[in-house]
Ligand binder design. Structure first.
Ligand code: PNS
Length: 163
């Protein structure tokens, strides 16, 4: 039997219900799914790395074959390090496809043994992105149903200037 380790990489700033939907789907088809947060010192995320680790652990803790990790540098180097054979990415709409295709082909050029697997989230999350969630929260709109309740509360604290 093959033991397929997959990575689901991303910024997760913040974690959305779309991410969780994809993590659940991935956990059903891969033997192990590593949800790995990109640690990029050049970016200025809303949530610190520790906060994002905490949120992911909180909402994936019940999935036995899912673990949370972080990585820096090239994703393919990290994939080699953790012996991943697959890379999971979500495609919400055709607009995601061009960027994702370019990234998948570049990663294949760098590491041909690593296969990118695209999955679609539930239609109800097909318009959800961390970027829009942050923008809506900053402008005082409701993000109920787009992120877990606890993330929604932390988001309100952040945008209202509380730590
Ligand atoms: O959640 P995001 O921001 O869409 O995730 C993008 C991510 C983290 C998958 C991508 O930026 C990435 O892989 N960065 C690591 C650096 C790298 O390997 N770059 C070359 C990609 S072809």
């Amino acid at each position: 039997m093959k033991n397929v380790i997959a990575i689901y990489p991303g910024s997760f700033d913040p974690l959305t219900n779309g991410h969780l939907d994809l993590i659940h789907r991935g956990s059903l088809i891969f033997d192990e799914l590593i949800v790995s947060i990109l640690h990029n010192p050049e970016k200025d995320p809303l949530f610190t790395l520790d906060e994002r680790i905490g949120m992911l652990k909180e909402f994936t803790g019940h999935m036995e074959n899912v673990r949370v990790d972080t990585f820096g540098g090239l994703l393919v180097d990290y994939a080699r390090q953790v012996k991943a054979r697959a890379l999971l990415r979500g495609i919400r709409a055709i607009s995601d496809y061009e960027y994702e295709l370019q990234m998948a082909l570049m990663n294949r050029k760098l590491y041909p043994e690593l296969e990118t697997v695209f999955m679609m989230p539930a239609v109800s999350y097909s318009y959800v992105s961390s970027r829009l969630v942050k923008e809506i929260a900053r402008l005082g709109g409701s993000v109920t149903g787009l992120v877990p309740k606890a993330v929604e509360e932390r988001l309100q604290h952040k945008v209202n200037g509380k730590s």
